[in-house]
Design a protein around this ligand. Structure first.
Ligand code: HEC
Ligand code: HEC
Length: 489
């Protein structure tokens, strides 16, 4: 018997109720799911400097690691770390009471995530003696953090058969209480997804296996961007360049307005260099915090380096002699009023290692200029150059080791003819040598804490910046005077 009209509308009303309940339940799951996985909680900082050290540059969405997984990795996988001090064995600077090392931002996007920021590389540290307190200098060039060793650690952990919920969850729960819902999400979603992501990242960096190691304080700054499929999408199989490059300081950027930036001068817009820095570190156009980065840029303009720590012992008369020599010999390129300061000096003239220069190509510049074209901030100023920039020498004492590849351990060595500079030395030990202007780079402690830098490897040459124009033919007294003056910059 066919249903009456009344029964018909009753049953369809029932369907509607069911559908509505279902949608509400679905909506609730969607809301809870969104809350647990995607809600963004703003970070708060008391100063731009605190933001610089610990704030987000927009890298958490794409390359953030769930904080609690990251936190327990060193204790779960100590065998994949080079030392026994957890992340500190990778040279990170971790101050007491902070949730993360300097240069790492903790931000909640659904769940707490950690990602690097500018300070991961651009924060220096030094000690005036083995027993002295470690001084941390935001915007200085890091010389202890080994970014390549960090990538290797994450990749080896993710590829370890023990990277499972069964091993990681108990370690996490020893640190915090997880709700049953968190536990489920970590077990079935967050841990497996993190493992996959870290494995993908390790696979994306296999091109580094065939090239000399970066070691602490150095990275290949643009090959990761060139070869990233979502960025410049160039093919590492067709490109064997080595870009290994020493980290630069970001202080006193007001002195460099209009100057060619980066070692080879590939861009002269500080804004573009700041934004592309964030993109290189994992931010994407939609997650880039453009306003925060504008504040950060303003901070870089006025931040100053710390004075040379042994200034009390300065011989002022000698330094004055040195200043005269600097004016005669160096100021044309390095003096703030110098005719060539901030410009690219052709590589054959300065004669330093050509690999870093060759790494940045015209095609890469063209592709970066075409990236993010639909955004209000986009890039236009990337160029290909033919040499290395003559930089201001502000805070030069804390910029050791020297040259764009960090191949010369002290200023004393840089003033020697190239053949007399150390062929091998240790990088990454942070005790400063008061006289030679550089970190202690030989002897037992340097060996224990450092990375053996071999200038005979490709990209590591210590040649160049040699000859009368570069001060290497001055006599010893003049060199001593010049060094005394360089301490004051
Ligand atoms: C993983 C390490 C690393 C991180 C993180 C990093 N940088 Fe750099 N940065 C470098 C290196 C290395 C260079 C020199 C690269 C080259 O030209 O070979 C550099 C160069 C620069 C320069 C050029 C300085 C000059 O005097 O020419 C600026 C400006 C800069 N970075 C800003 C930033 C900002 C802003 C961030 C964060 C958004 C950032 N960097 C993040 C390693 C890093
Ligand atoms: C013709 C220009 C020119 C002259 C003259 C010159 N330099 Fe340089 N200098 C450069 C260039 C270019 C670089 C970068 C080379 C590189 O990193 O490959 C450089 C690098 C340096 C560095 C290393 C900077 C760092 O952050 O690692 C120091 C220190 C330095 N010069 C000091 C001097 C001194 C001292 C004199 C005078 C005795 C001098 N230079 C003369 C062009 C010059």
């Amino acid at each position: 018997m066919a249903p009456t009209h009344q029964e018909n509308s009753k049953s369809s009303r029932r369907w509607w109720v069911w559908l509505l309940l279902l949608l509400m339940a679905g909506g609730a799951i969607a809301v809870v799911g969104w809350y647990q996985l995607f809600r963004e909680e703003p970070q708060r900082f008391d100063s731009v400097e605190a933001y610089y050290l610990y704030g987000s540059i927009g890298a958490e969405q794409e390359e953030g690691i769930p904080y609690w997984i990251w936190r327990v990795l060193p204790e779960v996988f100590p065998q994949h770390l080079p030392g026994e001090e957890g992340y500190a064995s990778l040279g990170m600077l971790w101050e007491e009471d902070e949730a993360t090392p300097a240069g790492f931002s903790k931000k909640t996007i659904g769940f707490p995530r950690i990602a690097i920021n500018c300070a991961a590389c651009h924060t220096a540290s030094y000690r005036t003696s083995e027993d002295a307190e470690r001084q941390i200098v935001p915007t200085g060039p890091h010389q202890t953090f080994d970014p390549q060793a960090y990538l290797t650690f994450l990749g080896n952990a993710a590829n370890d058969p023990d990277f499972t919920a069964a091993t990681l969850l108990p370690a996490i729960e020893a640190e915090i209480d997880l709700s049953w819902l968190d536990r489920l999400l970590y077990r079935f979603l967050i841990i497996p997804r993190t493992r996959d992501g870290l494995q993908e990242q390790a696979a994306r960096f296999t091109w580094t296996d065939e090239r000399p190691r970066w070691g602490p304080g150095r990275i290949d700054p643009f090959n990761p961007v060139k070869f990233h499929p979502d960025l410049l999408a160039l093919d590492p199989a067709e490109d064997d360049t080595i870009g290994n490059s020493d980290i630069m300081p970001l202080w006193a950027m007001d002195e460099q307005q209009g100057f060619a930036l980066h070692w080879d001068g590939l861009n002269d817009s500080l804004t573009e260099v700041v934004l592309s820095g964030a993109i290189g570190d994992g931010a994407r156009p939609d997650s880039l915090p453009v306003d925060d980065l504008a504040d950060l840029e303003a901070y870089l303009l006025t931040k100053r380096p710390p004075p040379y720590p042994f200034l009390d012992d300065l011989d002022a008369e000698l330094a004055a002699e040195g200043e005269a020599l600097f004016q005669q010999t160096c100021a044309g390129c390095h003096g703030l009023e110098g005719a060539r300061i901030g410009t690219v000096i052709p590589q054959p003239e300065v004669g330093t290692d050509p690999h870093r220069l060759a790494m940045w190509t015209a095609e890469a510049a063209e592709r970066y200029n075409a990236y993010a074209e639909e955004y209000p901030w986009d890039f236009n100023a990337f160029v290909k150059t033919d040499g290395y920039v003559a930089k201001p020498l502000t805070g030069i004492w804390l910029r050791a080791p020297y040259l764009h590849n960090g191949s010369v351990p002290t200023l004393e060595d840089l003033l020697q003819p190239a053949g007399q500079r150390p062929e091998r030395f240790y990088r990454g030990y942070d005790v400063y040598h008061p006289e030679r202007l550089g970190f202690i780079h030989d002897g037992e402690s340097a060996e224990r804490h450092g990375f053996l830098y071999d200038t005979t490897e490709p990209g590591n040459s210590n040649q160049g910046h040699d000859g009368a124009a570069f001060g290497t033919q001055l006599d010893d007294d003049d060199k001593a005077a010049l060094i005394e003056y360089l301490k004051t910059l």
